[in-house]
Design a protein around this ligand. Sequence first.
Ligand code: GDP
Ligand code: K
Ligand code: MG
Length: 276
Amino acid sequence: NKKLKIAIAGNPNSGKTTVFNKITGSRQHVGNYPGVTVEKKIGLANHKGAELEIVDLPGTYSLDAYSIEERVARDFIFDEHPDVVVDIIDSSNVERNLYMAVQLMEMNVPLVLAFNMSDLARQKGLEFDLDQLSLFFGAPIVLTVGNKGKGIDDLLDAIVKKAGEPPKELAGRVHYGTEIEEELARIEPLVDTEHDLVQKYGSRYLAVKLLENDRQVMDKGHSSEVLEAVKHSRKHLIRIFDDEPEILIAERRYGFISGACHESVKRTIELRHDVS
Ligand code: GDP
Ligand code: K
Ligand code: MG
């Protein structure tokens, strides 16, 4: 019965550490990520016979690897391939917080979404169709109120269940629009199928990251043929849209989120205008 490796990811102040503390109690220690000063909190927990090792990743808004925190969070997922990634979402600001969930979905990692701050979401009059949202993101969603310990047991159930499921085919997929999809279709067949990132996340994932000009991914050893194709595609898209492909790609991810939320998030009360 091996120990399950669980990563807790999410935006800053979404309640990651609060949930981490509720799950692990006093069974935690501080470690290091290689080469950086970012604090690594590791904790242990048992849930219905399963033993969990949980890492509280640094808070980030995305997994683009621009900041040290983003790099640390992504490298952990790249290199340690946790059994489950739990994305702690501030559900009172759900659209912005779902950006990382889209990126995790595109990596097809075993994913569980915690809609934390659900007390604040409710105060705002937000109501979620969790089944439908869960279909969009290909991940179970659990409502939690971290500081009250509400939903933590359900979250642990979902984590252990997810860890026991066989890997599935890509659950959700962002459609990037005809022009970008055409370029992806050009790049994808050229990538090395033996490449580490392709082995882990598939050729589409790598093609998207290359088209985004992700520095770290660009440096991970590609043939000159691939790099030439990427350069050509980027030029072509910049000519059409007069914008960097990474901007367009981010916009399309937000489009995916807003489409999902349009169908599954309802505002049940009007916001009052007089806030005093
Ligand atoms: P982190 O930056 O993601 O690690 O966030 P923290 O765990 O430090 O939490 C940020 C703040 O939100 C703290 O003051 C928590 O007590 C509070 N908090 C965490 N979860 C909830 C929740 O579900 N509802 C409310 N209202 N506050 C929460
Ligand atoms: K914080
Ligand atoms: Mg924290």
